[in-house]
Design a protein around this ligand. Structure first.
Ligand SMILES: [Zn+2]
Ligand SMILES: [Zn+2]
Length: 390
């Protein structure tokens, strides 16, 4: 008999943008970070400076953060990890005179799940060095898994020994066929990653929900179940897609499972081609759009700029224009496109400021022309629900 423990769907999948700035933060945009809510759990993607401050103003509960995925080790994507770990893991700075520190006794290491951090080479060394040199003592453990490029040197990229809270189970994950497949899996979700091109080693993540139960019409099953006096509890097995043989020999087939949600979260990039196969058919693509050419709309447009000069400059710094993001979304058949990581010249108060709204609408329209669908420009603290496709 098939297993009755097939996973059911997540009831809620949502993203909250905690930071949507590139380069410098502003009063309206913080450095890169977004929170993926999977029912009650929260996974962060990138963790720029002052992410904690944004969390305090958001619907993200610090205690629910389980994992942090870093796209690359540029400071605007990782400077917030150390303070976040210190807060999340009950960090302390030590005591004087050899006194015990009661702050570190709230959870025992055996009970607490480690915070899992994924990122390219340097993520582990950065965190280990930062915690060590700031004398940070953590009350719970963490572990760092690194996504290693073929050209990366072996080892931890630091001569410091492991921090007391760093578990030795951190993996160095090698690419197979150019991607990092299934770096994390559970009953509901798989996570894979692939390189994307930027000025430094950078990865994009693909979060895929496992197939979910199909849509069920109870009327199709109830007469036969009643006729054979079969307990109604078989309905839950049918919902899981199982086939059930009734006492009179009738076989009922549950609806086939349907694809779960697929979310593609890219870091900084001027060309994400290496992730395109893995990202194909995404329900949601999050792509950076750092620089745009908006003559007549953005008053700071330079007279001698053209779209071509802006695109060339953007690419030379490892970044994209809205048109490039739109073209990639079209190429992979993404069902929705959200832009983030905007230049400091584009404020993030388009919900209350007409001029900003004009500029952000124009950026979205430029991407939409190449994409062929509607585009959302992310704003700090904006949340987006991700539904199952029909
Ligand atoms: Zn960046
Ligand atoms: Zn960068």
């Amino acid at each position: 008999m098939p297993s009755t423990k097939a996973p059911v769907a997540l009831s809620s999948v949502k993203i909250t943008f905690l930071g949507t700035a590139s380069a410098q933060p502003s009063s309206t945009r913080n450095h890169s970070c977004l929170a993926l809510h999977l029912d009650g759990d929260v996974w962060l993607f990138d963790c720029g400076e002052a992410t904690q401050h944004r969390i305090q103003r958001s619907n993200v509960k610090m205690g629910r953060i389980q994992k942090i995925f870093i796209t690359h080790t540029h400071g605007d994507h990782i400077f917030g990890v150390l303070p976040l770990l210190a807060s999340r893991l009950n960090g302390a700075g030590g005591t004087t005179g050899g006194a015990d520190d009661p702050r570190l006794r709230s959870e025992s290491d055996e009970e607490s799940q480690p915070i899992e951090i994924y990122g390219p080479l340097g993520t582990r060394a950065y965190i280990r060095n930062g915690l060590t040199y700031t004398y940070t003592i953590l009350g719970s453990p963490y572990v760092v898994h690194e996504l290693r490029f073929p050209t990366d040197p072996p080892g931890d990229y630091t001569s410091l020994p492991r921090h007391a809270a760093e578990l030795p189970t951190g993996r160095d994950i090698r690419q197979v066929d150019g991607i990092w497949s299934d770096i994390f899996t559970n009953d509901f979700i798989t996570v894979s990653a692939a390189p994307i091109l930027h000025s430094v080693p950078c990865v994009g993540y693909v979060v895929t929900e496992r197939p979910v139960p199909g849509k069920m019409d109870p009327k199709q099953y109830i007469p036969a179940i009643k006729r054979t006096k079969t307990p109604m509890s078989v309905m839950s097995r049918l919902q899981q897609g199982e086939s059930i043989e009734l006492s009179d020999g009738t076989v009922l087939h549950g609806p086939p499972r349907r694809p779960g949600r697929k979310i593609v979260i890219l870091g900084d990039t001027y060309d994400p081609s290496p992730i395109s196969t893995l990202a194909a058919g995404a329900d949601l693509l999050i792509h950076e759009a750092t620089n745009a050419h908006l003559p007549g709309i953005d008053p700071n447009t330079k007279d001698d700029d053209t779209y071509e000069t802006v695109e060339t400059r953007s690419k030379s710094r490892g970044h994209s224009t809205p048109q490039m993001a739109g073209a990639f979304a079209k190429r992979i058949g993404a069902k929705r496109l959200v832009l983030n990581h905007f230049s400091p010249r584009y404020a993030g108060d388009d919900d209350v400021n007409e001029e900003t709204a004009r500029i952000m609408n124009a950026i979205g329209s430029l991407a939409a022309e190449d994409y062929g669908g509607s585009v959302i420009c992310a704003r700090d603290l904006m949340s987006i629900d991700i539904e199952l496709s029909k």
